[in-house]
Design a binder for this molecule. Structure first.
Ligand code: ATP
Ligand code: MG
Length: 152
């Protein structure tokens, strides 16, 4: 049965609401008209989105902004999650989907986590015939873009 990424995003933001509020962050969402439903394992997809939005919250300082955009392209749902946080150095970017890889171990140790989130996310998204890519500028911010086949 088709599942709604809009609803999943809403549920994830509810789960993160306390932290978002504590850090005085703003979350902007725009979903274009006709943003498609998808097929798949709802719990797994929610796990992916919780990690990606959770990372945006975790790696963005107080007062930061998160932008969530949904669009459709070539029969795919495209979901992008951007933040204006600490970013990822260019040399680390190719490795963030590796298991246990974390940028700057000393820095990330205080923030908690294992470095597994993005590697699990990639496995789950690829098992759904999707793609996940990360783009980042160190000191400026990060964008993660997920595409999944649209349910038409
Ligand atoms: P876990 O997800 O297992 O709790 P984690 O968040 O450290 O731990 P991943 O989600 O796999 O692990 O992310 C890997 C690393 O990529 C992070 O440790 C962090 O260094 C970097 N990273 C991920 N997302 C962002 C982001 N939005 N901004 C800056 N760095 C990020
Ligand atoms: Mg994570």
């Amino acid at each position: 049965e088709p599942i709604s990424l809009v609803k999943i995003v809403e549920d994830v933001i509810t789960k993160l609401a306390v932290t978002i509020k504590q850090k005085n962050m703003e979350v902007y969402q725009t979903f274009e008209d006709g943003f498609p439903m998808i097929l798949g394992d709802r719990d797994r997809i929610e796990q992916v989105i919780l990690n990606v939005i959770g990372n945006a919250v975790k790696y963005t300082p107080e007062g930061g902004r998160i932008g969530i955009k949904g669009s459709s392209e070539n029969r795919r749902a495209v979901l992008s999650i951007s933040d204006n946080g600490i970013g990822i150095p260019k040399e680390d970017l190719p490795r963030v989907f590796e298991r246990f890889y974390r940028v700057d171990k000393a820095r990330s140790r205080d923030l908690g986590g294992t470095g597994l989130g993005l590697s699990i996310a990639k496995q789950i998204i690829e098992a759904h015939d999707g793609t996940i890519v990360i783009d980042s500028r160190y000191g400026e911010g990060t964008t993660v873009t997920i595409t999944l086949p649209a349910y038409l």
